[in-house]
Design a protein. Sequence first.
Length: 349
Amino acid sequence: MKNYRIALLPGDGIGTEVMEAAWPVLQAVADQQDFGLVGDCLPWSCDYYLEHGVMMPPDGVEQLRAFDAIYLGAVGLPETVPDHVSLRELLLAIRQGLDLSVNERPHRLLAGVTGPLRTDKAFDILCIRENTEGEYSGAGGRVHQGGDLEVAVETSIFTRAGVERVLRYGFERARLRSGKLASVTKSNAQRHSMVFWDEMTDRVAADYPDVQVTRYHVDAIAARMITHPETLDVVVASNLFGDILTDIGAAIQGGLGFAASANINPVSGGPGMFEPVHGSAPDIVGKGLANPLATLWAGALMLQHLGEAAAAKNLMTAIEKATASGAGTPDMGGSLSTAQLAQAVQAAL
Ligand code: NAD
Ligand code: IPM
Ligand code: MN
């Protein structure tokens, strides 16, 4: 029997709650398909930081390389540990350290879920977000700190290799879907990086004559996602733009409790990291209110990436059987707890 080694990183807040609920469901899916998921729980989190002064051990990223995949809950305890410390030193450090340069985020309405738009328009968008550079490069600094002449500089870095690999990934995906790709920039205002992105889009597009490319400015596509979602399919965007557009995608799906995310290295492989799009939600922690579907969906993305397509499909079918039957947490208008909704999915397997 094939066994996969999974690094479990529940993290903080509702991250631990959704992981605790979702992991047994994944185990049940694996049992049905005759493979094993061997989880190794790593306590790296803000609590770990408060005890050890670091979010993860210095060789944390190296430790993760030994796994087949990483399954993460959420990171952040903003009242206690500054977000720019906790997120930079754990979540972003893993994305960058493992060169998980593509972040794939599917947005569509699950069976039985209406979402706030309440329209009959088709909504099935795959956002491909650049995940290791751009606006998240971390380059920059501050001078005259605290003084009247203070300046803060945050430099976006767009490399040719970085832009090309995420675009190429998007074109490959578009080919397998509707053959339509939206390339997102703000090249009417940002004249270096975004003009470069447009040029790279044209270059890569030349290799994909079968894919129809449309350029959008990020503000316009943000509106279009809401007014004309049926005109969009694969959407490729930079790190920050993709971050914002995928929270819009999540909102259209019914909320952050639905949106799932796959961080992958399309160039040299290695373990991918699978997580819900949402954060640690301090406002609902400890109450059983967290929706586990995003984490379960991320689990399906992980199974797919591991090559267990049948298991991934079974899990998605079970998720949609549960949502179609009206099972839901309070954010969905239901009354089930985090654990109960996960159990409803497991029962539907
Ligand atoms: P958040 O995603 O944690 O919460 C935003 C809103 O969505 C809250 O009202 C919350 O209750 C709700 N929500 C989120 N997930 C939900 C779920 N599964 N079910 C029901 N409702 C849900 O964003 P935030 O409040 O801006 O951030 C809180 C902390 O999480 C911060 O420390 C932030 O930096 C961090 N964060 C981490 C990640 C991550 O680890 N991937 C992602 C986003 C934010
Ligand atoms: C996400 C999150 C992270 C991001 C934060 C927590 C750093 O919002 O995964 O969408 O911006 O990438
Ligand atoms: Mn985000």
